[in-house]
Design a protein around this ligand. Structure first.
Ligand SMILES: [Zn+2]
Ligand SMILES: [Zn+2]
Length: 442
């Protein structure tokens, strides 16, 4: 239906004409002071994954006041807000809510001073270091504009606040709690993420695979411990672990297709306690990244095979083979439906101009946004795009090689939130209005 609208030039022009664009932008500009107040409040009060209780309550109250039917505690702390407005497709807009166990060091006047206790049990500072506060603020911005413009769209709007994106578990938690059964199932799913590598206000997109499958793999390697001076009486798990680490490098370089992106990174290798003791155990922690299901399986099978093969080569007895554990659930790759993506971007280009909308390379980072499409890949179209957040000055300095930019998750990530929120509010609202444009004659 959306494609048809775009195919008929007249309908498209109606929504993308400068008059319309300016009117929506003016409305966004008018809402910005209030939205920035909300942003600063969210930024100062971040909550950890699955602990987003105050955040959820605060925002649920706002959308309820806008006339949405609101359900809380979907997938633990998630929020679902529904607005039914006649015939037409269903669009779902998603924002994630969680902060990170990071001690903020931006020095901003509204910097977080909050602390909390994550699953590790060790108290930590909490910060919106991934910018989910910008996502929630623009989500409220879009909710306001769309509820004020009910005569400009027809269909169903489902707006969700998702918990625990940082654990890769929140989207699945909402789906398993009946997101697509208890509430209208979307035809289109839209979201955005702020970006620490693009200038503020730029929109970046990747059709097809945009973010990777993320697997966490643990290998426990038994050894036969003993005195460091008598290695021949032991089986050294440090040497065996080292052989496994080196052999793992051949998975990407020799087994996976050079045209199929893949990463195997050993992030942790722990063993032993003293110079002269050969340990009886080593532990590896590995992150594995891929795009397709096949490539993921090839890497996971390869890791299990190499661990066992190297242990056999080291002469380990059968009852002391390494154990390989793949964390379940994993974060599946995020796939942007290509035609839908191009349709939305055509609208953005008209609205924001070619210079602000750019196709960018996919990344091997992860996002659990992909779960929504995976829940019904034949009927759902989905898109997550980037909105640049690097303040113009910082970006210019970085371009000139005079400064390094902090990445997402950095304690120094202080985006140009105003630019992100205004751009994303307008973009999410405009895309929704385009998709839900009333059909001619209806
Ligand atoms: Zn993050
Ligand atoms: Zn994030």
């Amino acid at each position: 239906m959306f494609k048809k609208i775009l195919a008929t030039g007249a309908a498209l022009a109606a929504f993308s004409s400068p008059v319309q664009a300016n009117e929506l932008r003016e409305a966004v500009t008018g809402d910005m002071p209030e939205l920035m107040e909300l942003y600063r409040d969210l930024h100062a009060n971040p909550e950890l994954s699955f602990q987003e209780v105050e955040t959820a309550a605060k925002l649920a109250k706002r959308v309820r006041a806008l006339g949405f039917e609101v359900t809380e505690q979907v997938g633990q702390t998630g929020v679902v807000a529904v607005m039914r407005n006649g015939e037409g497709p269903t669009v779902m807009l998603r924002a994630d809510m969680d902060g990170l166990p990071v001690i903020e060091q931006t020095g901003l006047p509204y910097a977080s001073k909050r602390t909390a206790i994550p699953a590790s049990g060790v108290e930590t500072g909490v910060m919106h270091a991934c910018g989910h506060d910008t996502h929630m603020t623009a989500w409220i911005g879009a909710a306001q504009l769309l509820s004020e413009r009910k005569d400009e769209w027809s269909g169903t709007l489902v707006m969700i606040l998702q918990p625990a994106e940082e654990l890769g578990e929140g989207a699945l938690a909402m789906l398993e709690d009946g997101l697509f059964e208890r509430f209208p199932k979307p035809d289109y799913v839209l979201g955005f993420h702020d970006a620490a590598q693009f200038p503020a206000g730029m929109i970046g997109y990747s059709p097809g695979f945009a973010l990777a499958n993320v697997d966490s793999v643990d290998i426990t390697i038994p050894g036969i411990g003993g005195h460091g001076a008598y290695p021949h009486t032991t089986k050294d798990p440090v040497v065996l672990g080292s052989a496994i680490v080196m052999k793992l490098q051949t998975l990407v370089s020799r087994e996976s297709s050079p045209l199929d992106p893949a990463v195997v990174t050993v992030g942790s290798f722990r063993a032993g306690a003293k110079h002269n003791i050969i340990s009886d155990e080593a532990k590896l922690q590995i992150t594995v990244r891929s795009y397709t299901d096949e490539s993921r399986q090839l890497l996971l099978d390869g890791i299990a095979r190499i661990a066992k093969g190297e242990a056999i080569a080291a002469g380990m007895p059968d009852d002391k083979m390494p154990t390989v554990t793949v964390q379940d659930p994993y974060t599946p790759a995020t796939y942007n439906s290509p035609e839908f993506t191009e349709d939305v971007m055509a609208g953005f280009r008209e609205r924001f101009g070619d210079k602000r909308v750019m196709k960018v390379p996919s990344v091997m980072g992860g996002e659990d946004f992909g779960q929504f499409l995976r829940a019904d890949p034949d009927n759902i179209k989905s898109l997550i795009f980037w909105v640049g957040g690097v303040p113009a000055e910082d970006f210019a300095k970085a371009q000139a090689g005079e400064a390094d930019l902090p990445s997402l998750h950095s304690p120094f990530w202080a985006p140009d939130a105003e630019k992100i929120v205004s751009t994303a509010t307008e973009a999410m609202t405009a895309a929704t209005l385009d998709i839900l444009a009333p059909q001619a004659g209806s």
